[in-house]
Every structure is written in C-alpha cells, then in structure tokens.
Design a protein around this ligand. Structure first.
Ligand code: NAD
Length: 300
C-alpha cells in the first residue's frame, strides 16, 4: 500500500530550498496540503525573499497539489504562531510539523561571537520549540500529530567549528525525549532525522565527489514516513543520506558498581575505569532512572 497524506495538513519550515523543499514536494505529491514556510535568507540567516517559498508553492500547485506560503522566521514566536494559523485558516487543521529550518554561523569556539551562538540556538532549537508549541495543543486536542525534528551528526558526534550548531542540534534530542512521553497517549509522535545531503549548507564543507552522490531527495522518504499514519515510532533518530538509513540511539554500557557499599573514592572509580568505559553489552539508555540503577538501589 502506498503511503498517502490525503486530508492531512503539514507545515514544513525552511521549505524553500534544500532538504525542506524535498520534504514538502514529497508530502504534497502524496496528497498533503502543505504550508511552505521560508523567509528566504542566506545560509547565515541574513536578508530574505518571498520568492523562495513562492517558487516551491508554484511547483506544488503546478503538479496538482495544494500549498500555501508563509514567510515568517521560526525564531519569532509570533511568526511561529502565524505559520500554524495559516495551516488552520487555509486547511482547517494542523497534523504534521517538520522542523527543518536552519542556519550556520561556523567558527571555532575561541573565535565565536556569543551573538552567533544565540542566533543559531534561536533558529534551530528555539525555532523548533516555538513552531512545535504553536501546533502542539491542536495535535493533542485532535488526538493526532506527527512532529519531525532535524538534528545533525554535528550534534550527535561533533564537528569542528560548530559548537553553536551542535549544541542546538543535540538540544532538540532532549526536547524530543520529553515530548515523546507527553504526546504518547494522544497519538502525537515525535522523531528526528539526522541527514546528510548536498545543499547550499554543505557546499564547500563536503568534497565535491561526495556531494554528487548526496541528493537531498534521498532523505525525504524517512521524514515522510515519520509524518505518516503508518509511523509507529516515537523518540527515534534516523540517520539518512544517499539512500542509506539507520537508527541512532544513545546507549549506556553495562557499567560497574564501585566502593563496596561505601561512598566510592576517586581511586575506586579509577580502578574500575576500564569496565565503566566498556561498551560491550551496551543497551539503549531509555529511562531517567534506568533499570540498572533501580537494581542497584534494590528497587527493580
Ligand atoms: P538549506 O540552507 O538549503 O535550507 C535551510 C532552509 O531554512 C533555507 O531555505 C532557509 O531559508 C531556511 N531558514 C533559515 N532560517 C530560517 C528561519 N529563521 N525560519 C524559517 N526558515 C529558515 O540547508 P539544508 O541542508 O537543506 O538544511 C535543512 C536542515 O537540515 C537544517 O536544519 C540543517 O541544519 C539540517 N542538516 C542538514 C545537513 C546536510 O547535510 N545538508 C546535515 C545535517 C543537518
């Protein structure tokens, strides 16, 4: 059975170019009504042009789909509310939010201005918070919602010169892990995509030979699945690029109990270091107080 989005309303942020555009086109081609959000600025988030979102809306309409543009910034709380209002006023509801908008202000931490840190956090992390928050209660009330966050290997693993971006991208994972619990009983599911794709954001950062093989359309099937009724996952991260998809998970090793029932000394910790760092037998870190800790506390 083909995965379809008939009678579903989606908001895709930063949908005027790159990955967001591919996500919006795919959702619309399968029947979703799409709010194409994009203020159309530079990779650093400066300037703007309505034409960026308008072009994608035109493309969707020409192919027989339904779409409407919004030019607000996700970093603006009122703007985030307007995006969701556009969906509700134009199409009656909001079912899907793809938080995709992003900017870059790369510099080593030594050289980075704090304004560049703030601005990147505002677009990626707070932008995702503002847009998701604006849609959240509608999703809870209608007992249906699909939210996608766009994380990055730069946050999950780290990348030189991207402390602001990496912090924002991993902050989203904390957001996801908490919202997944709050949304679960209302059929509101939230997952993250960790993409790699040739877009203006990676131009000059990745080698040309690699970029040729990284068509951004290769990421969208995973995002579209996360947006679908068929999506039975919540709180998951999927790495995607070049047709390769893989689940990413924060894991915890088997660990060691040290100190023989007394307060452990630094030396106790050092003596058990090999065991503490060993990831053989690692399992997903899935609870605030996990089963191992409960067992050790005698509360399992
Ligand atoms: P891109 O620059 O082509 O697209 C980003 C889009 O977001 C642009 O159209 C831009 O105008 C829009 N945008 C920027 N600031 C905005 C704001 N304040 N409000 C709304 N829209 C805004 O880059 P891309 O590679 O397509 O990036 C899409 C997302 O994927 C970003 O979140 C990025 O961090 C993430 N990502 C990309 C890669 C990759 O390999 N390309 C890797 C990891 C993560």
């Amino acid at each position: 059975m083909a995965v379809r989005f008939d009678n579903r309303v989606a908001l895709v942020t930063g949908a005027g170019a790159g990955l967001g555009k591919c996500h919006a086109l795919l959702l619309a081609s399968r029947g979703a009504k799409v709010v194409v959000n994009d203020p159309g600025g530079s990779t650093a988030g400066q300037g703007g042009s309505n034409a960026v979102a308008d072009t994608v809306v035109d493309e969707i309409r020409k192919s027989g789909g339904e779409a409407i543009a919004n030019y607000d910034s996700v970093a603006d709380r009122a703007g985030a509310e307007r995006m969701v209002r556009t969906a509700i006023e134009s199409y009656g509801k909001i079912d899907i939010v793809v938080n995709n908008a992003g900017i870059l202000r790369d510099k080593t931490f030594s050289k980075m201005e704090l304004d560049d840190f703030d601005d990147v956090i505002k677009v990626h992390l707070l932008g995702s918070v503002y847009v998701t928050k604006a849609a959240w209660q509608h999703m809870i009330d209608q007992k249906y919602g699909r939210v996608v966050l766009t994380t990055s290997g730069s946050g999950l693993a780290g990348n030189y010169g991207q402390s602001n971006y990496g912090a924002a991208k991993t902050g989203m994972i904390g957001l996801m892990h908490n919202l997944m619990t709050e949304g679960a009983k209302y059929n509101v599911r939230i997952n993250s995509i960790s993409p790699v794709a040739a877009t203006r954001m990676t131009e000059g950062l990745l080698p040309e030979q690699m970029l040729k093989k990284l068509d951004p359309r290769q990421v969208s099937p995973a995002v579209a699945w996360m947006c679908s009724e068929e999506c039975d996952a919540t709180g998951e991260i999927i790495a995607a690029g070049a047709g390769y998809f893989a689940r990413v998970k924060l894991v915890k090793g088997a660990g060691a109990v040290v100190g023989n029932g007394e307060i452990a000394t630094i030396e106790d910790f050092v003596a058990a270091k090999e065991q503490i760092f060993d990831l053989n037998g690692a399992a997903p870190y899935s609870k605030t107080i996990d089963d191992d800790t409960r067992r050790i506390l005698g509360m399992a």
